[in-house]
Design a protein around this ligand. Structure first.
Ligand code: NOJ
Length: 690
């Protein structure tokens, strides 16, 4: 044989080996058969696609991963095997928006190998539920991934379609997750945090997010070709995106799918894709309602730091404890109690001392006083995102709180995105992102250190929620969006549509400590308490009616719900306050009944203790007539409905306090009709007639 022939045959063999032996297509369908995932290896490219009732939701989109020091999984791949499984179980949440959660799904684990060699493999495990799909990468221990594995890119794409409408917040700006929801054709969006919510041209709603974000960095969506996003992992400063070792798994990438927008809310995919409780007996985790020395700071009645109007004094805290005890609140949050707040605390994270109270705050006495009244102090650790400073004190800090009877701590990471301080092993100051692997690790450290002392966590300026409350049930809530505080000083404040947006976007991730219940709706119009401390801009105010403030307790789920306003403002409106006293924060069941993204939403929830049902509905700047079926009540059974609705002439701007409180007899199964004012809402408690 001539040399040329030998070379030609060799080339042909290589070409034959490099191309997939035969392109393969695998399909996975949801238990109800409506959702289909299609996995292929055409042209050596691993792809998946998602359809709903035969209509495309995610076009064929790439899968893959690249590493710094190892060969990645990108081209020349072939499906080398697959395994199927199905599951239908029901598990119980210790607290939550529903007690029993059904996990019913079909599973397909697909292993890809390079067509030119059997020595490397990547498995992508898909799960199809009736309300959407999830998939994750699983990289087994293997010689080809020996040693440290540094992920430089995850190549997952989401072909959502250029003209699909997208509701999102930007992912690369300074204010972390705290942006108003934007809406645009997907093809026009540069980058987005998840959950991002979509409605395609066929009218199908879907949401892209992730579940079980552990030992990995957070994913945002980065536009490639119009309508096609790639997962963008938040890297370490000066390092890779993720530092890991095989074996490892990525978080689940999720696509919730529903015909109607409310179907997205009525999905448990995120929780179902998390690991079961790792903490064992968590009867010490206490959901509940709380008040606190908090809004007073935001409206400049009080200060966090040491001056004449320091909020966290022993005397003032006792006033709040007495108020909480009198009205049945479980906790009293106190901010500004420790050393570090004086001066520019936003930029002074190095100064916080988590075991040193200010001289005018007697922590031990207040812990005792609270418990004697059947209330608990809620602790506060503002770190200004100096993580090393906090971690250096964390054990002592939680020991102290445990000693004085604190069962819940609110943490805070105020700092610009990308400014979380990490002092490295050489003492060099580094700055990391709030959604980086570094912060993912940090939050879990806080949650597990707290759990050792039977303390629960409510993180502000957090990394986004991905359902880890299932695995760590002491992780009660997070902020991670614009909360009520923006109505005190945010310019602009949250617009009337804000909460009807959150319900279909941020809230799909998990509970939010939004802190509702402001009764003085024009806080910045009052005379300042101190001439040198003028109030904020009077145009900053909650752009809601009073009835809507009440509705938020049902609409925006959190196991810890604050009654955020000042005690005197509640005492001035005892009738409205009664709803906040009656409503529960822990639920047996929750059902989103009706709504459209950013327009309105109506949600019903059944209290876990009382078994009473509550209904909350909110609208945007449009007044609207709402009619919702009382399908959640026992059919034909009579109930006394205590209704808190907008008055006939209510309007968030001109007449926010006009509210009708009335009791009506209603029957399970019938329709409940009510008018919501512009920026308005309705809150209802249903008591069965004996
Ligand atoms: C921002 C938090 O969201 C807010 O609730 C808190 O009062 C301040 N940081 C101070 O920690």
């Amino acid at each position: 044989m001539t040399k040329l022939w030998t070379r030609m045959i060799a080339a042909a063999v290589v070409a034959w080996a490099a191309a997939p032996l035969s392109a393969e297509t695998l399909e996975l369908t949801s238990p109800d058969g409506k959702i289909t995932v299609t996995v292929k290896d055409d042209g050596g490219q691993a792809t998946y696609a998602v359809s709903f009732e035969g209509e495309q939701v995610i076009a064929p989109s790439k899968l893959g991963m690249l590493f710094a020091e190892h060969h990645g999984f990108e081209r020349g791949l072939a499906i080398a095997g697959s395994i199927r499984a199905s599951k239908d179980t029901t598990w119980e949440q210790p607290w939550g928006e529903r007690r029993l959660v059904r996990d019913q799904h079909n599973e397909l684990a697909v292993t890809f190998k390079p067509a030119d060699g059997p020595d490397r493999q990547m498995t992508v495990r898909f799960r199809a539920f009736d309300t959407g799909i999830g998939f994750r990468y699983e990289l087994a221990e293997q010689a080809a991934l020996a040693g440290d594995v540094n992920i430089t890119e995850e190549l997952t794409q989401f072909g959502v379609g250029e003209k699909t409408t997208m509701w999102y917040t930007p992912s690369d700006e300074f204010n972390r997750y705290e942006y108003l929801t934007r809406v645009a054709p997907a093809g026009k969006v540069d980058d987005a945090h998840t959950p991002a919510t979509f409605r395609n041209e066929a009218g199908i709603h879907f949401s892209i997010h992730e579940a079980a974000l552990v030992e990995y960095s957070s994913m945002s969506l980065d536009q490639l070709r119009p309508g096609n996003f790639e997962s963008k992992l938040r890297g370490w400063t000066g390092g890779p995106k993720v530092k890991t070792k095989a074996p490892f798994t990525s978080p689940w990438r999720t696509v919730q799918v529903a015909r109607e927008a409310v179907g997205l809310i009525n999905s448990d995919i995120i929780l179902n894709l998390n690991e079961p409780n790792k903490l064992g007996d968590v009867s010490w985790v206490e959901p509940g309602k709380y008040v606190g020395i908090w809004w007073a700071m935001h409206i400049r009645d009080r200060s966090w730091g040491r001056d004449q109007i320091h909020g966290a004094t022993t005397e003032e805290t006792k006033r709040y404890i007495d108020f909480a005890a009198k009205h049945g609140f479980a906790g009293v949050l106190v901010e500004g109690w420790n050393i570090g707040w004086d001066g520019d605390w936003y930029n002074n994270g190095d100064l916080f001392r988590f075991t040193e109270p200010m001289p005018d705050f007697d922590l031990a006495e207040l812990g005792r006083y609270a418990v004697s009244k059947g209330v608990r102090l809620i602790g506060h650790h503002e770190t200004s995102a100096n993580i090393t400073n906090y971690e250096n004190q964390i054990e002592a800090a939680f020991d102290l709180y445990q000693k004085v009877g604190v069962r819940q701590v609110k943490t805070g990471y105020v700092a610009d995105a990308g400014d979380a301080v990490r002092i490295d092993e050489n003492g060099i100051r580094r700055y990391e992102w709030h959604d980086s692997q570094f912060m993912v690790r940090h939050h879990l450290k806080v949650v597990t250190e707290a759990a050792k002392r039977q303390i629960s966590i409510n993180a502000h300026e957090p990394v986004k929620d991905t359902g880890l409350r299932r695995t760590y049930p002491n992780w009660l809530a997070r902020e991670g969006a614009r909360g009520m505080e923006y109505n005190a000083w945010g310019t602009p404040p949250n617009p009337p549509e804000h909460e009807a947006m959150l319900a279909f976007t941020r809230m799909l991730a998990g509970p939010m400590d939004f802190t509702p219940g402001i009764f003085d709706l024009k806080p910045n119009e009052r005379a300042p308490l101190r001439p040198d401390m003028p109030r904020g801009d009077p145009s900053n105010r909650p752009e809601t009616t009073l009835a809507k403030q009440l509705a938020l307790y049902v609409v925006l789920y959190s196991p810890v719900q604050m009654a955020a306003d000042l005690p005197e403002n509640y005492e001035a409106k005892p009738d409205a306050f009664q709803f906040i006293k009656d409503v529960e924060a822990d639920w047996e069941q929750s059902i989103a009944l009706a709504g459209e993204i950013g327009d309105y939403v109506a949600i019903a929830r059944q209290g876990r203790k009382s078994k009473e049902w509550f209904l909350g509905a909110v609208t945007d700047e449009q007044a609207r007539d709402l009619s919702v079926p009382l399908s959640f009540l026992d059919k034909g059974k009579r109930y006394r409905a205590q209704v808190y609705r907008d008055g006939p002439d209510a309007d968030w701007k001109t007449n926010p306090y006009a509210m009708v409180i009335e009791e009506k007899l209603v029957t399970g199964g019938e329709a409940f009709a009510v008018r919501l004012a512009a920026g308005g809402g309705v809150a209802v408690r249903f008591i069965p007639v004996k």
